[in-house]
Every structure is written in C-alpha cells, then in structure tokens.
Design a protein around this ligand. Structure first.
Ligand code: HEB
Length: 730
C-alpha cells in the first residue's frame, strides 16, 4: 500500500515523473487560459470569502427541492429524451461517476467539490454524455441558487433517482461546497492518450506492471475498470476480477460492497452503443463554441430515435430498467451468455435463448422488445469465485442486497466528506459508521487545567523536539482531500498509526506514555496538542520571544472499536518533508512530496516554508539511521525557535555537494574556504535555496528584522495544522 500523498513506492526503472502527470494544459493546449486572472491570489470564486454554504444550505427548502427532482425524473426533454421516459438511471450514473473518482491513496477525487463540471473530468471518455445530465439539472440549480451546490445536487439527485425507482436509500448529508476552477492538485496519470485512443491498461502482470499509487482507474479516462475486459479483452474473466479487486478497494470498497454497488447500479438503465463512435464529435472541452459546452454530439434526429453512443456497449441489464428489484442476479444466473458485438462495435454478453418476459423494452418504444446484456465486468460477478458467492447470496436474499446496496451507495457518495460533523440536512442517518472515523465529543479544558498540564510537561524531561514531533505526528495525519486524519480522536496512540516508521515509534511511544501519566482528565488528543504548543512557546521564549501559542481544547479520544485500522493504512506517509523523512525514493522528486503534503494540509507557500524552517530549528526531524538526529537541522542551538535554518541555508560561505551513494538525496555543506564539514541536508532542505520562488520566501525569513515575524508566522501556521480537523468548532 501507500500513496502519493504518502509517497509513491511504485516507481519504474528510475524514471522520474512530474508530480501532476498530464494536466489540462497538456490535453487541451488551445483552451482559454484563465490562469493569468488568478495570479496574485485573486480568487475565481464569485461567491466571495464571506459566503457561508452551511448557512445557505440550512435555509434551503429541502422538501421542495426533492419534490422538483422527483418531477424532473420523468420530465423528458426533446433535446435529450429520457430512456424509458425516466432519467433516473442516467442521474445515478452521473452521481456514481462524480463520487467514483475518489481514491484512498491520497483522499483526492470524489464528489465533494463538483469537479465533474470541469476539465479533465467533464471530458473523460468514461463521463460521456454526462454533460447532458448536468444540463438537465440546470433549471433546478438555477431555481435554488446558493442554497444547493452543484456538488450536493449531483449526489442528492442520484439519491432521488434511486428512490423514485423504488430503490433503497440510506441517507443524505449535504455540505459539499462548490469550487469554481478545475482542481489542479490531482494526479490522474502520465499517459498521453485516453482509453478510447488505445492507451495501455495499467495492470499487466506478465510485464510486471502494477497500478501506480494513488491511481485507482485501470486506464486513463476511466472511473474504474474497462467494461469490455482487461485492455478490452472479454475472454479474460480472471483478469477482469483482478482489475476490479485492485481498483474498487482503492475507492474504499470491499468485495461485498463492489458486488452490491455494481449489481445494484445495473438494476437500472442501459448502455448506449447504437452508432459507431466515429460519428461523434469531440469532448466538451475541445468542442466548437456554438455547442455551448456539449460534447459527443450526434444530430437531433439520431438522438430522438435513441441512436446514442456513450460507452459503445448497447442494451439494458434487466427487463425492468426503471424498477429496483432482483432481476439482475436472476438473469445473470438463469442464462448462459454468449459474446456479441454492439452496433458500435463493443464486445458484450447476451443471454442465449431468453424467455420473452426476460427481454427488455426498447428505450424509445416500450412495445418493442430487445435482448438484455451484461458487460464483461458484470460477468465477473458470476465467474469469479469470491464474487460469485456474494452474488448468489444476494440473488437469494433481496433484503440483504437492499441493505448492502443502500449502505455502499451512502459510503460511495459520502466517503470524502470526512467526519459526520460536516454533514448537513434532515436526511443525515443517525447511525455512526466506522468509515466516518467517529470521535466522541470532547470536553473543553479550563485554562487552569491547561496551565497546570503545560507546566508539568515542561518539567517532565521531555525535549522540545520530542514534544513537537509528537504533536506534529498526530495533527499532520490530516488531509484536506477527504477531511480524514488530524489530532482529534488521538488515533496516533493506536499501534497501527504510532508504528508508522515516519513517527520514530519508540520515541513517540515513550512521549505518549508520559503525557498520559501527566494529563489528569484532559483528553489524550488535547494533551498531545497542548504539549506541542507548550514546547513551541518554550522554544520561542528561549529565542527571546514571549508569545502564546493558542490551543483550542475539546478534542475527544476515539476508542479502539471506533478505529478502522485498515482504512488508515493508505494514510501512512512515505515521505514527510516537514520532519525530513523519506522512506523510499519515489517516482516523483522528493521535494515534490513536500509540496504534495503541504497541499493536503491546506498550507500556502509561506506557511509551508516557515513550518519547515521552524521544525528544523526545533530539531523536530525524524531519526536518520546514518546521521543521528541532525540532518537538515542547520543550527548549532537546536530547540530554539530561531530563523537559523534560513540564515545558514542561504549563507554563501557554505558550498553544497551531493553525498555519494545517496541517490541524489543527501547533501553535505562545507565551509567554502576551509572545506570543513558544517551541515547535512536533504533535497527537501536545499530546495528552499535552489528553487527561485521558495528562495524568495526563505530570504524573507532570513532577513534582519524578520526574526519576530518568523516566530509569529510559525505559530500561526502551526496552530492551523493543529486545528485543521476541528469541524466540531464551526
Ligand atoms: Fe455502470 C451504465 C460499466 C459500476 C450504475 N455502466 C454503465 C455503462 C457501462 C457501465 C459501460 C453504460 C454507459 C452508457 O451509457 O453507455 N459500471 C460499469 C462498470 C462498472 C460499473 C465496468 C464497475 C464494475 N455502475 C457501476 C456502479 C454503479 C453503476 C458501481 C452505481 C452504483 N451504470 C450505472 C447506471 C447505468 C450504468 C445506473 C445506466 C446509465 C443510463 O441508463 O444512462
């Protein structure tokens, strides 16, 4: 396991890739460049900083909106008529594809910011024709305005769609705030072609090719697997199941959830492959202006007749494509299936000699009957022995499928929202779910209790470095991508987390044990943060600055049975530049991993810079086997909150050279005249001198007169990280 956020253990033959792989600019070099208007920190968000989406959502007429959505389901529009007179299946696919980009490796992707509106996702081949689904929703979005975000609307519409066709729904939490620009921090892969242009599949065991972390899709431009089989080969059932078992867990789904979701989803709707794909125009992002953001165009007459191609496969899975029920499994097991080709040339499976009542209605003319179908991915639910067991159970127990589908759908669509405290609205389920990382409410500690504890900590013999490292280890597990991790809950004290190599487990274990002895009735989660802050205050004072490091108590301690150890596994960092830690050289440059981590923590360039410089000065670096505790600590008075790191890094009296055999990861700083060895550093240190933009910021912190600014900025950035997960506060 592992992740990009946490590093990229998978690396090719020494090849170094760009952090973000292939970007919108690479795919669409001619696209309008709005970038220059967001320079200098100018926000593209028209709602402005004061806009409070929670408040707006809470004032939404939720029932009226749901009623409108129900009506929309059967309000067929001539420009994109509803199959079977019902848009429900189409909207379920829209919601599933919005949520399905989520990956556990770095917590990125997912439904929470409405990214399906923007490139590249709006133009991914797998998202074909979902531009129409979003446009069908526009009148409703327009009507409810600021009270419902696109991101929430996608998911709520999926829920209403399921409900309106008799399917089971577990609940809905609102609170996904829209953004107004494409997310630029997501690595979607390095390939230069899309799946429909023949890009290679990402898992080829014979060639030793594995799916690179944190990617969760099998080919560029797909949400998960190729419906036609691995690399388009319909005969490789084993490989199909392998691909599903590799990709779905990266969406946090186990086998049972995978089966329930796929079968439950395909109880509804149909595939579209009625015309050869070469009759379609380009994707939304590349299409001519007058198409107004639509892609994959065919002419109106074809659309009217239902001659539509999306995936290229053609047909429905069941005889009742707008009705929830057990027909999917019934048909899957009742019939033998033979390989056929759709009119668009895609390979799919068709029941042999179906009974007339097991035929599907034509999407435009219910009096006409057409054969049902299965994709190669669907066939895996019968052919793979693990999946088959689950499928047979669901076939025989509809109530079990209802429950499993409803829960898996809820998880799929809410996985990236973080703690339940972030959910809004009347349909939030009361039940706590383990994947929400539930944390019991904490208690606010009195100022006196905090002061007494701080005093005990500072007299305990624990060092500034140890205390700062412990607090950082706890709080820096946070990632803004899926709002998981953070200091709340004190998950750091569970072996599975404490023992991450980045944490120097032995040292951390001793610190936590000591804090536990000293904390009285302060929660462990609060104690860890208070102790770190006390250490920072002391370090500032020792550097000559009397400054308070604010702590907001009230964190709770999660219990062992509220802790989903397995789901935390991908959160282990393989690199943490703030602690100067690198487990294994990755497929991106080590300094890229610092940027990635800073991005997951929601830090700005100055915040990242001041934190790195400060933590080095405090000696809060991970233990390096070779160099004791000193690597990157460019000061001879560690433990004091000084700007020495920047002063010494930028000192022209030092000449840096690469350490042999370090793989370009370690550097030695020598006195330019005497040749005397002065400092050891990593790429993550030197990048603040070598990169012109980071150097410019490092210079500010090294300048005379900025010693106090350095301390104040450090404390502000530190506090931001400590409180990053305090959704219980607002
Ligand atoms: Fe699905 C559709 C595939 C999963 C839901 N899908 C579909 C299609 C395909 C697929 C190919 C067609 C498209 C067109 O239009 O053409 N899927 C698939 C795969 C997978 C899946 C491969 C993995 C295994 N799904 C899924 C899930 C869900 C779904 C999980 C949910 C839950 N889908 C769906 C729906 C539909 C589809 C609802 C229909 C749509 C319409 O009708 O429009």
């Amino acid at each position: 396991t592992g992740s990009m956020g946490g590093g990229c253990p998978v690396h090719g033959d020494g090849g170094v890739r760009a952090l973000l792989g292939r970007t919108n600019k690479d795919w669409w070099p001619d696209a309008l460049d709005l970038h220059i208007l967001t320079q200098g920190g100018r926000s593209p968000d028209p709602m402005g900083e004061d806009f409070d989406y929670c408040e707006a959502f809470n004032a939404l007429d939720y029932d009226a909106l749901k009623k409108d959505l129900h009506a929309l389901m059967t309000d067929s529009q001539d420009w994109w008529p509803a199959d079977y007179g019902h848009y429900g299946p189409f909207f379920i696919r829209m919601a599933w594809h919005a949520a399905g980009t989520y990956r556990t490796g770095d917590g990125r992707g997912g439904a929470s910011s409405g990214q399906q509106r923007f490139a590249p996702l709006n133009s991914w081949p797998d998202n074909g024709n979902l531009d129409k689904a979003r446009r069908l929703l526009w009148p409703i979005k327009q009507k409810y305005g600021k009270h419902i975000s696109w991101a929430d609307l996608f998911i709520l519409t999926g829920n209403v769609a399921i409900e309106s066709m008799g399917g089971p729904v577990f609940g809905f939490g609102g609170g996904r705030k829209d953004v107004y620009e494409p997310e630029q921090d997501v690595y979607w892969g390095s390939e230069e072609e899309w799946v429909d242009e023949g890009v290679e599949t990402r898992i080829i065991p014979d060639e030793g090719k594995a799916l690179e972390n944190p990617l969760a899709a099998i080919q560029m431009g797909l949400i998960y697997v190729n419906p036609e089989g691995p690399g388009g080969n319909p005969h490789d059932a084993e490989g199909m199941a392998r691909d599903m078992k590799e990709t779905f867990p990266r969406m946090a789904m186990n086998d049972e959830e995978t089966v329930a979701l796929t079968a439950g989803g395909h109880a509804f709707g149909k595939c579209h492959g009625a015309v050869p794909p070469d009759q379609l125009s380009g994707s939304p992002e590349s299409e001519a202006l007058q198409h107004m953001g639509f892609g994959w165009a065919t002419d109106a007459e074809q659309i009217e007749k239902g001659h539509i191609t999306t995936s290229g496969l053609e047909g429905a899975w069941t005889p009742n494509p707008t009705q929830w029920g057990g027909d999917y499994f019934r048909l899957l097991f009742k019939y033998e299936y033979e390989l056929v080709e759709s009119p668009a040339g895609a390979k799919q499976w068709q029941p042999i000699d179906p009974d007339p009542e097991d035929m599907a209605p034509d999407a435009r003319d219910p009096s006409k009957k057409v054969p049902t179908m299965m994709t190669t991915a669907d066939m895996a639910l019968k052919l793979d022995p693990d999946y088959r067991k689950i499928s047979e159970r669901f076939r025989d127990d509809q109530a079990a499928l209802d429950d499993a589908f409803a829960r898996a759908w809820f998880k799929l669509t809410h996985r990236d929202m973080g703690p339940k405290a972030r959910y809004l609205g009347p349909d939030v389920p009361a039940e706590d779910l383990i994947w929400q990382d539930p944390v019991p409410a904490g208690r606010v500690a009195s100022d006196t209790a905090v002061d007494i504890f701080k005093d005990k900590v500072l007299r305990s013999g624990l060092s500034v470095s140890e205390l700062v490292k412990a607090a950082w280890a706890s709080a820096s597990t946070y990632r803004k991508s899926d709002h998981r991790g953070g200091a709340n809950g004190a998950h750091i004290r569970f072996d599975a987390i404490r023992n991450w190599a980045v944490n120097d487990p032995e040292e951390l274990g001793a610190v936590l044990a000591r804090l536990d002895e000293l904390r009285d009735d302060i929660s462990m989660a609060d104690a860890i943060v208070i102790a770190g802050s006390a250490a920072v205050e002391k370090a500032a004072k020792d550097a000559g600055f009397d400054i308070a490091v604010p702590v907001t108590t009230g964190r709770g301690d999660a219990s062992e049975d509220q802790f989903d150890a397995e789901s935390w596994e991908p959160m282990e960092p393989f690199a943490d530049g703030f602690r100067n830690y690198l487990k294994t050289k990755a497929s991106v440059k080590t300094e890229d991993l610092l940027i990635d981590r800073a991005s997951l923590l929601g830090l700005s360039i100055p915040e990242m810079t001041v934190l790195v410089g400060g933590m080095r000065a405090l000696g809060a670096v991970s233990k390096h086997a070779k160099h004791g505790n000193a690597i990157g600590v460019l000061t001879d008075r560690p433990g004091k909150l000084t700007n020495d790191f920047f002063v010494n890094l930028l000192d022209m009296g030092t000449k840096w050279e690469v350490v042999d055999d370090s793989g370009d990861e370690e550097f030695l700083g020598k006195d330019r005249k005497s040749g005397e060895e002065k400092w050891h550093a990593t790429r993550t240190d030197l990048v603040f001198g070598s990169n012109s933009q980071l150097r410019a910021v490092a210079e500010v912190y090294a300048e005379n007169g900025h010693e106090e600014k350095f301390v104040r900025d450090f404390v502000a950035a530190w506090t931001k990280v400590m409180d990053a997960d305090r959704f219980d506060l607002s």
